[in-house]
Write a protein that binds this ligand. Structure first.
Ligand code: AHG
Ligand code: MN
Ligand code: MN
Length: 312
């Protein structure tokens, strides 16, 4: 008998309150709509870019925009979210100043460079409890990753998967396209003790520090290289099979490329709940005190025994 996301959240959770459950269900509902769009981009003319440049200085893909609007609409309808931070919007989007209980930072579509070539992409969410009822602005979104109540990601791949992490652990679900329901596939997801893969963009080799080059040379003799170019797909494979993802600071990107609030924090929360770790090379991602919504960070995610000694 297959258990749906809604049933599992209802039955087995120990510390997920009704409002947090409803936020997770809104993400699931939005993901089902986005999955359909991902599968039809060339049929519905939503491939390619909008021609706009976003706050990151990157070309906005039509699907970035569409996914962003789909999830914002879901969160607006949900009513429990006070404000959203998104990769695709310069400032936070206030949804419910009066009674919103949660803050969400999201990457609505991760892996944009892979959209048009039918390679796995995803959506990433960090969910924080609202800290302060008085003022509500962009600064409300800048909370340490460790303060998250939950983190969620979706992989739109050969199957569509949803991974949900809360204090009580990590679960994975698979989308049943006929029933339009996420069905639980792993109720206690843990990263394997033994690592199998490492993921890095060798195209940046000449920009890496000597230290980074030495670390990568040490990995290449021990593990297989897998690099998809969609953070979420590389992360998901390494989480399930054991592995290390590295996007370090380098001469081209002195603060790294990936964003703290809606890529690094949610994934560092998830991997820590699954027995792994997320660091910058100097500190744990979840302990960083954020300065701005779109700030970048070096990001290393993987098995504790490998990552911990990497940059010491
Ligand atoms: P996004 O599509 O949300 O901007 O994220 C793209 C990111 C991430 O998914 C991936 O790991 C990284 O960009 C790949 O960067 P490179 O192409 O520089 O390797
Ligand atoms: Mn991304
Ligand atoms: Mn994105």
């Amino acid at each position: 008998m297959s258990t749906t996301l809604k049933e599992y959240l209802g039955q087995n959770n120990t510390n997920i309150n009704e409002s947090l459950k409803s936020v997770i269900m809104s993400i699931a509902h939005g993901a089902i709509i986005v999955q359909n769009k991902v599968s039809r981009i060339s049929l519905d003319d939503i491939s390619g870019s909008t021609g706009e440049i976003n706050v990151q200085g990157e070309e906005v893909q039509k699907l970035d925009d569409k996914a962003n609007n789909i999830f914002i609409d879901e969160f607006r309808e949900n009513g429990k979210i006070a404000i959203i931070g998104s990769e695709e919007t310069e400032n936070g989007v206030i949804l419910n100043k009066e009674s919103g209980e949660y803050l969400v930072n999201m990457d609505p579509l991760d892996g944009s460079s892979n959209i048009d070539v039918a390679v796995s992409v995803g959506s990433i969410f960090g969910i924080w409890p609202r800290q302060d009822d008085s003022c509500l602005n962009d600064n409300s979104l800048l909370l340490e990753g460790r303060k998250q109540d939950a983190a969620v990601y979706i992989v739109y791949g050969s199957s569509t998967l949803m991974v949900v992490a809360t204090e009580s652990g990590v679960q994975s679900y698979t989308l049943d396209l006929e029933k339009k329901e996420f069905i639980i596939t792993d109720a206690n997801l843990k990263i394997p003790n033994k690592s199998k893969y490492f993921s890095v963009n060798y195209g940046n080799w000449d920009n890496f520090s000597i230290k980074t080059q030495e670390i990568i040379k040490d990995l290449q003799g021990k593990y297989s290289l897998r690099y998809i170019g969609s953070l979420i797909a590389d992360f998901h494979r390494n989480l399930l099979k054991g592995g290390v993802f590295i996007y370090p600071a380098d001469n081209k990107s002195p603060n790294g490329k990936l964003r703290l609030m809606y890529e690094a924090n949610p994934l560092a929360f998830i991997i820590e709940k699954a027995g792994g770790i997320g660091v910058t090379g100097k500190e744990n991602i979840l302990d960083i005190s954020p300065g701005s919504l779109h700030q970048r960070t070096p990001l290393i995610l993987g098995n504790k025994d490998i990552v911990k000694n990497m940059f010491e």
